[in-house]
Each structure stands twice: as structure tokens, then as C-alpha cells.
Design a protein around this ligand. Structure first.
Ligand code: SPM
Length: 288
């Protein structure tokens, strides 16, 4: 672990200048892995009450206790908003959790996966098999590359692109900038949909409004879906969505019963409800 976060008396405290004055702490049982990769510090902890926890450069990426909320919403909101997603690109998320969720869609034919840090995949395969099972899907093709550079090479290729980025500090920074979004748009087919890690409008107003502005300038339809993840600071996160065709706020397709039964967070009702924003956030986005 490095940067600002620390472990004191067996408690990991996540400290980050992007959310000053607030810190989330989890009680730790054991450090399972701690090493610097070519790109970042990778830590895997056994927490006392929240399962295993993946931390990159001192920032919590997921805990086993509630990772389903993030992965299901980031994957199923854009995929169910699209009439017929066949070719999907996932950028980032070396833990494999988003791939696990995309893989539940039988109609999806190919899943390209681009991750900059091969070591995150290796560590997740060892310590997070319930997420890394996403890599076992034969439709997944892994590209170890910089997400921004990879996207700029793709044209008119994908129905849905999901960007499971870390925060805009470190390797993830470029994924929050306009040229990357221009690349995402070009990489989509007509009717394509993007969903990008949209941070929290409680904690990072400037970052979130900037993402919304960029998306609105480039995409005819933009919407912001918000959901709960207790082990992210503030307990809240959002997905920023852009569409070249489909309406985003209602699922286009019904969810089969056996599919729904496998999930813990997403449902058609949650899909629609996630776009209803607190009044201050609604006004903040309207004012842009
Ligand atoms: N597949 C899970 C990877 C998680 N990627 C997103 C992590 C975001 C962590 N920071 C959240 C900060 C709260 N705004």
C-alpha cells in the first residue's frame, strides 16, 4: 500500500486527495498480497467482515461483500438498454467482475477485454476466483494494453463499451478526458451505448459534471445512473452513460427469470429507479 492510505491498529483507512476530509476504514485480518507492479501498488486484504478486498495504489477497488452492486449495474444497465448487444468491449477491471456479468448475456458473441496491468488479472485469479471466473468465458479475448490507445485503434466495432476504470489519479486519469470519449464514440456501431465509471456526485462534483458535459457534447443521449456500494467512500457511485440511439432509462429487453435469479442488485425496476436523482444532482446536471 502506498500514497496516503494507511493501516493503523489493524484498520485499513483509505485516504485520497480526491475526497478530502473523509476516509473509509475496514478492519483487516490478513495481508494476502502486497507488491508493486509495473503500473501501481497492488494489495489484497482479508477483511474481518467484508471478505477479500482489492486495493490499487491505496484505493479500494472492491470488497467481496458488495462488489455485485457495482459490477451488475455497470454491465446490465447498458446491456439491457441496447436492443441487441453482440460485440462488447470492457476496458479496465482486471478483477474480471464485469466480464462475469457481461457473460450472463447469451446474445453477446464477442467480449474484447483491455487491461493495462496484467498483474491485477493474475492476483485476482489467485485471490478472487468468484470474480475472475469472468475470464473463463470463451467469448473473452484479453488485450494487455493501454485502454486509451486501444480504443483509438477501434472503429465502428462495438455495440456496448463498458469502462471499469479506477479513479482519475494514476493510470486511470486519461480515461476521464475528452479525447478518450471521442475514441469511444468512433469505436461504437450505430445504436451503440457506453457506460463509464462515473464516480459520486456527493464527493466529486467537478469530476462528475465534467464527465457529463463531455458525454453530452458527443452523444445524442446521456444519462447518469446511481447506485449504492457501501465499501466505496460515501457508499455511493454512478455510471455515466452515452447512447447513439437507444433510450437509456428503461431496459429495452425483458430479463429472463433464470437470469434475474442469478442477480443480487439489478432488476428492471432498479434500472429505471437508478436514473432518478436526488434533487440537487438533478438541478446540477440540468444547469450544465
Ligand atoms: N471491477 C471493479 C473495479 C472497480 N473500479 C472502480 C473503482 C472506483 C474506486 N473508487 C471509488 C471512489 C468513490 N468515488
Amino acid at each position: 500500500m502506498e500514497k496516503y492510505s494507511k493501516i493503523i491498529d489493524g484498520w485499513f483507512s483509505e485516504i485520497c486527495p480526491m475526497w478530502p476530509g473523509i476516509s473509509l476504514s475496514l478492519e483487516i485480518d490478513k495481508i494476502l498480497y502486497s507488491k508493486k507492479s509495473k503500473f501501481q501498488q497492488i494489495d489484497m486484504f482479508q477483511t474481518k467482515n467484508h471478505g477479500r478486498m482489492l486495493v490499487l495504489d491505496g484505493i479500494i477497488q472492491l470488497t467481496q461483500s458488495d462488489e455485485f452492486a457495482y459490477q451488475e449495474m455497470m454491465a446490465h444497465v447498458p446491456l439491457f438498454a441496447h436492443p441487441n448487444p453482440e460485440d462488447v468491449l470492457v476496458i479496465g477491471g482486471g478483477d474480471g467482475g464485469i466480464l462475469r456479468e457481461v457473460g450472463r448475456h447469451d446474445g453477446v458473441k464477442t467480449i474484447d477485454f483491455c487491461e493495462i496491468d496484467e498483474d491485477v488479472i493474475k492476483v485476482s485469479k489467485e485471490f478472487l476466483p468468484d470474480l475472475a471466473c469472468g475470464f473463463d468465458d470463451p467469448r473473452v479475448k484479453i488485450h494487455i494494453a493501454d485502454g486509451n490507445a486501444f480504443v483509438l485503434e477501434q472503429k465502428n466495432k462495438y455495440d456496448v463499451i463498458i469502462v471499469d476504470s479506477s479513479d482519475p489519479i494514476g493510470p486511470g486519469e486519461v480515461l476521464f478526458e475528452q479525447p478518450f470519449y471521442e475514441g469511444l464514440k468512433k469505436a461504437l456501431r450505430p445504436n451503440g451505448v457506453i457506460a463509464t465509471q462515473g464516480e459520486s456526485f456527493f464527493l466529486h462534483k467537478e469530476c462528475v459534471t465534467n464527465l457529463v458535459k463531455i458525454t453530452r457534447e458527443l452523444f445524442p443521449i446521456q444519462a447518469y445512473s446511481n447506485f449504492l456500494v457501501p465499501t466505496y467512500p460515501g457508499g455511493h457511485l454512478g455510471a455515466n452513460l452515452g447512447s447513439l440511439g437507444p433510450e437509456l432509462k428503461k431496459p429495452f429487453r425483458t430479463i429472463p427469470e433464470n437470469f434475474q435469479k442469478q442477480l443480487k442488485y439489478y432488476s428492471p425496476e432498479v434500472h429505471e429507479a437508478s436514473f432518478v436523482l436526488p434533487y440537487f444532482a438533478q438541478k446540477m446536471f440540468e444547469a450544465l
